[in-house]
Design a binder for this molecule. Sequence first.
Ligand code: UDP
Length: 350
Amino acid sequence: MKIITIIGARPQFIKAAAVSKVLREAGVVEKLVHTGQHHDSNMSDVFFDELGIPAPEYNLAIQGGGHGAMTGKMLEAIEEVLLKERPDKVIVYGDTNSTLAGALAAVKIHIPVIHVEAGLRSFNRSMPEEINRVMTDHISELLLCTSDVAVDHLKAEGITDGVHLVGDVMADINRTTREDLGSSSELLSEYCVEKKKYILMTWHRAENTDNVERLKAIAEAVSALQEIVVLPLHPRTKKALEREGISLAENVRVVEPLSYHKMTALLVNSRCMLTDSGGVQKEAYWCRVPCITMRDETEWTETVSAGWNCIVGASKDEILKAVRGFIPPIEHPVLYGDGHASERILELLK
Ligand code: UDP
């Protein structure tokens, strides 16, 4: 069996790391296509090096432009690769422009698409990710879900064939990374922080960077905290802050984007996670760190129902209130599988 896997953005490298390892160990021929969507070395290369992801056979180097231009260029370039390679199946992950372009290129030339992380919905169609995931689900042959909620979303849209509950491949990589973490004391000294005495923050969703009011409110909120906030700054947010001339107070330690191991170690040792990321909401849960999510809704509703994730939007007051007062319960049910989703994906492929 020959598989082509399409990746292009940071969370996809992390997800592919888990699945590619299992596929290759089982002798499946897999070739990676990197669209180039994320290309800075700390947003891309570091994950290949650290997580042992094989070098992509194709790097399409497609960056920037509007959504249409980027997706269009990817579609054309991926089709060329697929026509040359003629794989049996194409794997796509998540909800980026690379996901949609990969799925569309494949389905148009009758190559079955496997969507890992299918059925997620925010029900907010102004998010580019929501459009990408809905479209991809409707043209995929195998839809691999992280939870019953995702399976139900697909059912509500009339998709039942090829739907499988496998769990979350991010749980796989999170589990193995935490098993190998060891002591984090050097890392904590490197960032001049003490265990459970700082907040870790990630901030990059378009709605929180392109909307100046939200951008400013978040900047004001974190600057008003009397606590250390470690912020590995995403390139998009860096640009937005520079563009608007917004600076952050000294309690906010702005650092370069982190490798996955460093990110996981800093998360495990943090007092609280402040984020607008998708993946990080789950990772905070698995690491038993209270999560404050700066969005108006989430796809990862189970973390909210479990009481470990608090949705606050981008209001300064709500962010401050939650960071200071949010306390999750003691109960911590298993969410999104047991950390062996990649093995289930392999069985389904076989
Ligand atoms: N991540 C990382 N380094 C960082 C920030 C995030 O390794 O400096 C990881 C994080 O642990 C998670 C993934 O990147 O596994 C989430 O990606 P991102 O927030 O970019 O995308 P989203 O999940 O929102 O689609």
